[in-house]
Every structure is written in structure tokens, then in C-alpha cells.
Design a protein around this ligand. Sequence first.
Ligand code: TNX
Length: 483
Amino acid sequence: MLPLIPLPRSVRVREDAYRLTVGTRLRGVPEVVAAMLRERTGLSLEGGEPAAVEFRLGAHGQPESYRLEVDATGVRVEAPDDAGLFYAGCTLIQLLGHDRDGWSVAGATIEDVPRFKYRGAMLDVARHFFDLAIVKRLVDQIAGLKLNVLHLHLSDDQGWRIEIVSRPALTALAAGSGVGGGPGGYYTQADYAELVRYAAARQVTIVPEIDLPGHTHAVGVAYPELVEHPAFNLRTLAMILGTDRVMPRAGRPFTGMGVGFSSLRLDHEPSYDFVADVLGELAALTPGPYLHIGGDECLGTRPEAYAGFLRRSTALVAGLGKTPMAWHEAGVVSGLAAGTVGQYWGFLAPDRTAADCVRRLTEQGSKLVLSPADAVYLDMKPDRASPLGRDWIGGPITLEGAYRWDPSDLISAVAEDDILGVEAPLWTELVTSPAQIDALMFPRIAAIAEISWSARRGEPGRDWPGFRTRLEGLPSLWTGVGG
Ligand code: TNX
């Protein structure tokens, strides 16, 4: 079995292999793939004739698909678009092997196409900030697994992480904190634009999220008049006392982990001016289709005010030419802007409220991105004994647990067509370093990549034993593409 993750649609293994040599020439290979091949093999692999490794755009095939053929004479790739060429390159890198005689590419004919269009990971840069170099490295790693979305959670109670030129106090006053205290940090618009370009070269779309109207305590550190006083009810208090006992105080940086106590002032027109300024600048920085406006855990917001805000803010995003995304709680609201995407973060077996939100979303024509907390929340412990990670879902998420579920089994009312894709969030209340990001992301993100890309369970090799065997064969999986 070739060590390929995610498992391609069809693999025919050949006996022979192509040997890369100093004389191997490339044609049409995407630059990031060529750079990775050179870095891995130490060979110069220049462009030129005759090219033994040849990638070309062809007329046929579904978006992002490719056909890859490797035999003793060389490597030939055909794909209908740049994404397909890139993914063929990712597969090619996984086919590299090394022995006494040098580098070779295992012989095979592979035809491949993704199951879902949206294949994501999320990094929470609000609870702890991670600089551009760390995020780029993550882009490299996930792109190599054929994920195509990196969702950045850019604001939360503990900090604001993106420069908004028209609202300078956000970064001047509300970016220098995080869970447990400083130092925080933020991306300038130039940083952010660089990240968007870097990701695009690896077929990754950045989905920015500004969490609204809750999770906005940091906004009040910069602009106190826009945010309600912290609201405590039984649920919010239980959460705050149950986690870290740090109480939020209006206008002061919040360094705890509790959720659900903050809300924008929704009976106050200047709040909407603020949201329009922020989302307007963010839309201008975002070539990708989606703007995420949060909408989760608004425990301190009155239901009517929440509904009014979601209608208005999804319409605002649509007016900016973007597709709004929101966490599934938004489903309680009717009249969301057409096409709003809902992100489900309930359990594999949804409770009534979550199932209801999802049903109402699909009835409004919303597509879903699935992030079931007990299967893909990468901030959960990978095993019971792990010192790293949380367990509020009631236990660890093992590699097997991350692998053994299927998107279309999740919610009976949700058909395959309603599912835009899958996303694995890494919340970072307890994550402070790149090594910890790696320890929580990998290898579980590989399971999620396979669920997002490969055919449904049950195809030959598309099962847990097959996955584990392939994973063991891929020692350098986490090095990613181009990094
Ligand atoms: C729930 S998931 C949250 C986050 C926390 C996370 C911790 C969601 C939409 N909200 O605010 O960081 O749990 O696991």
C-alpha cells in the first residue's frame, strides 16, 4: 500500500519507479512544488528539455482533480486547474523514496478528486497570538494534506489581532493581551496581505473571523462605549468559575478562559458603524469568498437583539460581495442573508437545540461546514494521559476518534449536498508555542484531511487499519509543502 494521505480515489501500483537524477528536468511544475522537490532531494531539478517530470493543464476533469502517472521513464500529470496540478505535486512528494542509489518516485497511476470543496483547519490567534512565520508554517503543513482553508479566529474576549486602519484603538489598546496575560500581538494589514498571498500559492484560502456580537470584550477595551458590561447569568458564571476564576471587568483586558459574558451594544447605532468599518476593511483584504462573523455563545445577548444583529451583519457581508459564515447558533435566526454558511460545532450526536439550529439553517438554504467538537476539536487531549489539551467534551479525541466518523452520518436532516465541507479548529486557550500546535494538530489533522478529501469509508483501503499503515509510511508528513 503506498503511503498516501489523504487516500486518492484510485491508485494502480506499478512495479517500476522513476529515479530522480541530477539530469532530471521539470516542465510545468508549480513553483512551490518544485521548490519542495529540490529541498527534499537536494537535486537542482531545473526546468528544461527533455522534461521527465511534466505537469500540464488539460481540458477535462472536475475542479481540483488530477491524474498522475509515474513509470521508469518519468512523471506525467494532467489536471484541469492550478489546484489540481498542486495536489498532484503533493501526492508526488508523498511518493518520494530514498535508498542507496538515491531518490525515486514510486510507480503508479493515480486518479484523484476531492469529496468536499471546503477542507479546513482553524487557528485561534486571539486567545494566544501566533506570528506570521508560525502561521505560514501551518499553511505549508495543511496544504500538503490537501486542505484548502485556514480559518483564523482573529478576535475574542482576550485580544484583537488584525489592524483596522479606521479603528486604530483596537490594535493600540486591545491587542497586547491574551489568556494568562501578555504579550499578545497582531497582524498589520501588510502582514495579513502577505499571508493571504502565501496561502494562495499553496491553494489555501484564508477565512477571517471577527467573532460578533459576543466574544467582544476586547472591543470594549478599545471602545468602551460599544460593549455592554459583562453579563453574568448562571451559565456564564458557571463557565467562568469552572475554568479559571478570572472575572472580566469592563474596559480592562480579560486574561481568563471563561466565555459567553460579552456582547456588543446592539441598541446602539455606532456599534453597527463599527461593524461596517471592520468588515469593510477585512473584505478588502480578502480575495477569498468567505467572511466569518462568529455568532457563537452569545449568552449575554437578548434573543431578539441577537436575531436582528445576525440579519443585519450577514446582509452587510453579502453587500460587501462576500459569503457570510457563522457558527451554527445563527440557525435560530430566520432571514439570514441568502447563502450564509453555518459552521456546526455540536457533538457527533447533536442535542435538540443544535440539531434544530442545523435544520433551520438547511431550510434557509445554508450549506454547512462540519466541526463536530467531539471528533475534530484539536484543542482536546489526544489521549487521556496527555498533559496538553482540554477535555470538556468528556474525554480525549484519539487519532482513531478523529478518523472514525463520516460527515453524512452526522445529522439525519443533513444530506451530502448540504455539506460544504469539514473544518478542524484549534482553540488556543492552553496553547502557547509552535511545538504545542504541532503536538495537537498532528497526526489528527491527517485523519480530518482524509475525511474531507477521500471517498466515503468502505472503499478499498479507506478504513482505519489502512489509514494507520499509510500514516506509518509517511515519516515526513508534517514537513508540509514548501516549508
Ligand atoms: C467553544 S466552538 C468555543 C470557543 C472555545 C472552545 C474551546 C465555539 C464556537 N466556541 O470559544 O475556545 O469551545 O474548546
